[in-house]
Design a binder for this molecule. Structure first.
Ligand SMILES: Cc1cc2nc3c(=O)[nH]c(=O)nc-3n(C[C@H](O)[C@H](O)[C@H](O)COP(=O)(O)O)c2cc1C
Length: 225
């Protein structure tokens, strides 16, 4: 990176971190991050979505319930569709590359189903991060509102990065929306978008060596006229 732009540096430093130290995150620091996330622009200023911090016994029982459901092969209808189905080949290749980067960092072979499952289950424990958030949105919102919430989510991740924290968004939590609603006492109209793990990165955790690549700028930015 050649830029001296502090924002460019911040954006380049952020990676998804899946191993954390036990160092707690003070409540006032977490509040600061949400104050920044809340500044995200949104269509008609609807400010869709809510960030729910999950702590203590509720967090433990939620993590256990999702892990049990995963091991039992239980399937729940998701509240929204994240990925195209079927996945077009060019996107599938990116998905496979990201998965390979993750599992290679851990030395888990492609055919090691049990090893991959164990890593996948760590999603349900928010990677044992000191802060666990569940991101929700009211039912019936349009795709644009999900876009707005995504901007707030990225704002949160970058705000965390700028304060020395690391993060990982966790779409896997959206696999069990009914379990999440039940454990958090949320209404049926509250849709589960994803989770977020926040905390201080464990520099010694091999999983944090995971690095993903981005597509060429020529395929990302087009000029017409
Ligand atoms: C909304 C969202 C959901 C994600 N869900 C998961 C997840 O369930 N498990 C996981 O390990 N990583 C998850 N990720 C992290 C992505 O895999 C990661 O952002 C991508 O591979 C790019 O890598 P980077 O964040 O390190 O730049 C998610 C990211 C986003 C933005």
């Amino acid at each position: 990176m050649t830029s001296t732009d502090p924002f460019a540096a911040l954006a380049a430093q952020r990676t998804s971190v899946r191993g954390y130290t036990r160092q707690p995150v003070p409540d006032d620091l977490l509040h600061d991050l949400l104050v920044s996330a809340r500044l995200a622009p949104s269509g008609a200023n609807l400010q869709p979505g809510t960030f729910v911090q999950v702590r203590g016994a509720v967090r433990q029982s939620l993590s256990q319930a999702m892990t049990d459901a995963y091991r039992a092969n239980l399937a729940e209808a998701e509240d929204y569709s994240y990925f195209p189905d079927p996945m077009p080949g060019h996107l599938r290749r990116r998905q496979v590359a990201a998965a390979r980067a993750l599992y290679d960092s851990l030395g888990i072979a492609r055919e090691d189903r049990a090893g991959r499952d164990l890593q996948f289950e760590r999603n349900f424990r928010f990677f044992d991060a000191p802060v666990a958030l569940v991101v929700t949105i009211e039912g019936g919102m349009g795709a644009g509102c999900y876009m707005d919430l995504g901007m707030a989510l990225y704002g949160l991740l970058l705000a965390a990065q700028s304060r020395g924290l690391s993060s990982c968004a966790i779409g896997a939590l959206a696999s069990y929306p009914d379990l999440v609603r039940t454990h958090l006492g949320l209404t049926p109209d509250t849709h589960i978008v994803c989770g977020v793990a926040l905390g201080y990165a464990d520099a010694a955790a091999p999983v944090n060596q995971t690095r993903t690549h981005r597509i060429d700028l020529e395929n990302y930015f087009k000029v017409v006229g």
